[in-house]
Design a protein around this ligand. Structure first.
Ligand code: SF4
Length: 367
């Protein structure tokens, strides 16, 4: 297939659904497939895929929305940057959704309304531009994202170093996907039968990155794109594997993902950052699941520059079930706050903020 409409062709979708029903019919139990990525969650809702699947095939959302999994402790530190304890004049630059995530006491949006210089960037290069324009300020870019985003930010750090910029910093709250899959599979009550792996992260990581997870935990990992046919192909492959008692990595997004991934981008990432233990909302601290600056680039680390280690760690909002939602243990409508105290206009937890958050997707497409 070469054109977009082919990936939305109802005849192809019908044939794939028949195939899924055939494979699932050979499995005498509930099959739980986790779509790790928020973009998949949204596409699944938009195409109405859940309602077309066999009764025993259940899709559950996972921790693949970077805004959603940013821990409260990181959120509070990022908010502290808007008015750092040492009185430095800062400009906080971030992608849009982050400003609305509530911290323990306030949010970046509220700080912005109170006069803090918080700006929405469309790319990390905006932060470079602002740093060049405002030498009187320290410009901090909030480094939030998975392997899709982090190489670009690493490249921005290299660019800043090359051009001698001294007032640009990055808050490293990046996340790595494979350690999160391991952490989920090590959690006793999760019961995931297979993973629908994200297309864009996999472009960077490559299919090979999932092989240790699939082999060690005996779970099919299937990479899929974001069109309805892509997703049905992925689900079909997982059901086929489960029916045949297989647990392999398969690539249903061959037009974009290779086995080895984007070696150049991952090399840039590796040049600037190294794996560190990282806190995840809902999953706790996962070993080697985040990225910290290598010593050579410590001058760009906002955590060190602004002494953010001393910011007290906050707690999750009362009644919020984001943790359970992010672990695939609860569908959002079962959270007592869903659609009442917590809506996209007035989010209590992070999963209701981002357009890719599970709660926001459920709210938008199922109410
Ligand atoms: S509905 Fe709101 S409070 Fe409940 S889990 Fe979702 S984001 Fe958290």
């Amino acid at each position: 297939m070469k054109y977009l409409d082919e990936y939305r062709d109802p005849r192809v979708a019908k044939a794939l659904l028949e195939k899924i029903h055939g494979s699932a019919g050979r499995i005498d139990r509930e099959i739980r497939i986790m779509e790790i990525c928020g973009s998949h969650t949204v596409s699944i809702f938009r195409a109405g895929i859940k309602s077309l699947l066999p009764e025993n095939v259940r899709l559950v959302s996972g921790p693949g929305c970077p805004v959603c999994v940013t821990a409260m402790s990181d959120m509070d530190r990022m908010i502290a940057l808007a008015s750092p304890p040492d009185g430095t004049d800062t400009l906080v630059a971030t992608f849009g959704d982050m400003i609305r995530v509530p911290g323990t006491k306030t949010s970046l949006e509220a700080e912005m309304a109170s006069g803090a210089d918080v700006r929405i960037a469309t790319s990390p290069l905006d932060a470079v531009m602002w740093a060049r324009k405002h030498f009187e300020k320290s410009v901090v870019f909030l480094g939030v994202g998975f392997e899709t985003t982090s190489p670009t930010i690493a490249a921005t750090v290299l660019k800043a170093r090359k051009s001698g910029l001294k007032n640009l910093f990055v808050y490293p709250a990046f996340k790595l996907l494979p350690p999160a899959l391991v952490a989920l599979l090590e959690t006793p009550d999760i019961a995931i039968d297979g993973f629908l792996c994200p297309g864009h992260v996999s472009v960077m990581l490559g299919a090979d990155a999932y092989r240790p997870v699939a082999a060690r935990y005996e779970k099919p990992c299937v990479i899929a794109g974001f069109e309805p046919i892509d997703i049905l192909l992925g689900i079909s492959n997982i059901c086929d594997q489960l029916a045949e008692n297989k647990h392999e990595v398969a690539n249903a997004y061959g037009r974009a993902v290779s086995n080895g991934g984007n070696v150049k981008a991952m090399g840039i990432l590796d040049q600037v950052f190294e794996p560190v233990d990282a806190p995840w909302r809902g999953l706790g601290t996962i070993p080697a699941s985040g990225l910290g600056f290598r010593e050579e680039f410590a001058a760009y680390d906002a955590i060190r520059r602004f002494g953010l280690d001393s910011v007290e760690a906050g707690s999750e909002p009362k009644g919020c079930a984001c943790g359970e939602v992010l672990r695939g243990l609860m569908d959002p409508p079962r959270c007592p706050l869903f659609g009442k105290a917590c809506t996209p206009d007035s989010p209590v937890g992070s999963c209701m903020v981002s357009s890719e958050g599970s709660c926001a997707a459920w709210y938008k497409y199922s109410s």
